[in-house]
Design a protein around this ligand. Structure first.
Ligand code: NAD
Length: 244
């Protein structure tokens, strides 16, 4: 492959699996024992905020026990040594940030952050008190402190940074690269990124454990563990591009 001018990368839960974080759709179709509607919709927060808070507090706390893996680090290297890159992630963990990724867009929000229900302001809140599953966190921005919700894009809500995502895809030209890692291709609009990139002439490359539903949108498919496949791929690309 010739050296691209620009790269757009999309990652999903699969890239964090080798760090020990469960993916979304296990064999049982549940996420950590819950149905999606129980915990990841605005209606769930309205109906049963205690269950939703408990679920996300456990996910937030789990961040303290995991580390980035070789796949996260390979993307950091690609950004540092390769062409201009935007890394879009559906993941709500902080493993790309901790691996050193700079140009990062977490389109589904971040577990580290909470959002004031009244003012909409976001705060990074990871103190021990903020990780208590029994007590809702309160904001520090309102005169009468308001309850905070997880700063997560739930099903039925609009993903973050869509304008920037559209601009990054529009900027892709013939021969640029769109790399997708560890996602099942079920959740839109993220699942449409590869097809959109391909329609403007970018080469689309997939790294995933098994074939996702949108496997037909890729020019190159690498099936395997991201932690094995991605470092080798990035290594080979950087070598190829520096030889030209
Ligand atoms: P998904 O669970 O639907 O799909 C994960 C994909 O990764 C699968 O196709 C699977 O084959 C693949 N995979 C699993 N282990 C892998 C590995 N070691 N290497 C390469 N591929 C591997 O996840 P999704 O498509 O990202 O959609 C899930 C939604 O759930 C997202 O919107 C996200 O916000 C949320 N989520 C996030 C996390 C996280 O932040 N770590 C975890 C679970 C769910």
């Amino acid at each position: 492959m010739l050296r691209p001018e620009r790269i757009v990368v999309l990652t999903g839960a699969g890239i964090s699996a080798e760090s020990g974080l469960a993916t979304f759709r296990g064999d049982d179709g549940l996420w950590e024992g819950h149905r999606i509607e129980e915990v990841a919709t605005p209606a769930a927060w309205w109906r049963d905020p205690e269950t939703v808070w408990r679920f996300y507090t456990l996910r937030r706390r789990a961040l303290l026990d995991v580390e980035p893996n070789d796949a996260h680090r390979a993307l950091t290297r690609l950004e540092r040594e390769g062409p201009e890159m935007l890394l879009i992630t559906q993941n709500v963990d902080d493993l790309h940030q901790r691996a050193g990724s700079g140009s990062l867009l977490p389109m589904h929000g971040q577990l580290r952050m909470l959002r004031c229900e009244q003012s909409g302001r976001r705060q990074e809140r990871m103190s021990e008190a903020d990780l208590d599953a029994r007590v809702f966190a309160e904001c520090t921005c309102c005169s009468t402190p308001s309850r905070m919700r997880p700063d997560i894009v739930w099903f039925g809500e609009i993903p973050m940074g869509m304008e920037r995502i559209h601009a990054a895809i529009d900027a892709l030209q013939h021969g640029d690269l769109c790399l997708v890692v560890g996602t099942s291709g079920h959740v839109h609009p993220a699942a449409g990124i590869a097809a959109a990139a391909r329609s403007v002439g970018a080469i689309t490359v997939l790294v995933n454990l098994d074939a996702p539903v949108n496997v037909g949108d890729f020019d190159e498919v690498h099936l395997g563990l991201a932690g094995d496949v991605l470092p080798e791929l990035v290594d080979a690309w950087l070598k190829e591009w520096s030889d030209v």
